[in-house]
Design a protein around this ligand. Sequence first.
Ligand code: F6P
Length: 510
Amino acid sequence: MTDTDARWSDLAAMPRQTLQDLFAADDDRVRRFSGTLAIPGGDILFDWSKTHLSDALVAGFEGLARDAGFDGAREVLLSGGIANPTEGRAAEHTAQRGIGADASVAEADVLHMRMRGLVEAIHEGMLGEVRHLIHIGIGGSALGPALAIDALARPTAEWRAPVDVHVVSNIDGNALEAAFEACDPAKTMIAVASKTFTTIETMTNAASAIQWLEESGVSDPYGRVVALTAAPDRAVEWGVDETRVLPFSESVGGRYSLWSSIGFPVAMALGWDGFAAMLEGAVAVDRHFADTDGFANLPLRAAFADLMYVQLRGCQTRATFAYDERLALFPDYLQQLEMESNGKSVTADGKPLHRPSAPITWGGTGTDAQHAVFQLLHQGTVEVPVDFIAVKAPGHDLDPEHHTILLTNCFAQGAALMAGKDSIDAARAYPGNRPSATILCEALTPATLGALIAFHEHRTFANAVLIEINPFDQFGVELGKQIANQIAAGAGAGFDPSTEALLAAAGLKD
Ligand code: F6P
């Protein structure tokens, strides 16, 4: 039995206390299980008091973190060491924000200088009139920009983004066609965002965008393209002018790439200062993560709670509900971050993983979700740890009553999940003792969004270290792509009978 196995056995043997018991035993529980991150754009408060973490569990998880080599793994990550052993490379997203190997930080600075130059030149009209940007990318090359733009670039009575950005990811032509409908081709630029510059959805959409510009009478369609990629040679070969290629490092993972040139559309929508503020918010979390030990380290503490539910209480999912319309895409973003990072069944050194890996990440927007899926959270037979995210300052000018109702509903849900309610009628009884954590942002600013994302990146990393997996590869996405390529290349029979029949029914095969 290894040291970490022994830790897990000890953790599993600890008594299960109810939330009510935990609160009853400790008047100071709210303060002790809450924490605040000081972020330039507004503090973020985290409250884990309504989770089943106890002092004994925390001590056990701190021991596990020690035995799993958490401090060393964090040092490797933040200094540009080989944090991704299966691919033999570093995972340098924090270097994009200023924390990492000197050479990588310097390279990111140069990239950001070039990005800034291009963004400001476009905003100043040096490339002609640009009113629209169609950002074409998928997965990590799209979800971050889509989230940031939806959260931060909504038009108000006083402000409108200088360039309206349409993020298109799906190969389904309906997505790209909708963007074409919303844009004037004479005033549109295209960003092709692909780390590899080979992804079939992105390259097919990019070719169709070029064709649309051409057919709309734009004389130099490739001159309208900016490439955001770690494969600059491929972008140039494809037709993008070298001066419009913004290359980022191979060691920045796709789902961690918002901070690199993949953030170009965010800077186009918010202005450079807005993007820079996102980086500042993220680096504030990086510093906290780097300099704080044990339970006081908030992303690590979140991982303790996550692991308690998945490993000790058998929860197979975790839900995040954003009680703020501007964060509607946050659950989608988290899905890729957590499931693509930690949905693995081998350890970092290639052995079978003998415990659950990441739970299924799901969620939605409050209050809408209350009227749709919360029934199961309150009365279903499975335990689902829930994260609520709310923002103290509203993002609109309507009657403040809107925001009061929004926030009170958010807090009411956490209270109801925990308290439950007895009834002599079983159908009307609520078992209670159901966990939730709450994240309350002072305001939704570029810096707080950057911080929220960085917090979840480090939480994901901490989870991975404690179950000893590599969060930075994603081989699981390859097989489906290979089979699609085989089908596209007209590979003969040989698929299973169901797939053969479906291909025939859709007219894709005789
Ligand atoms: O298929 C998964 C994936 O490789 C993600 O990891 C990545 O973010 C996405 O596809 C897009 O890849 P690329 O940026 O190379 O086009």
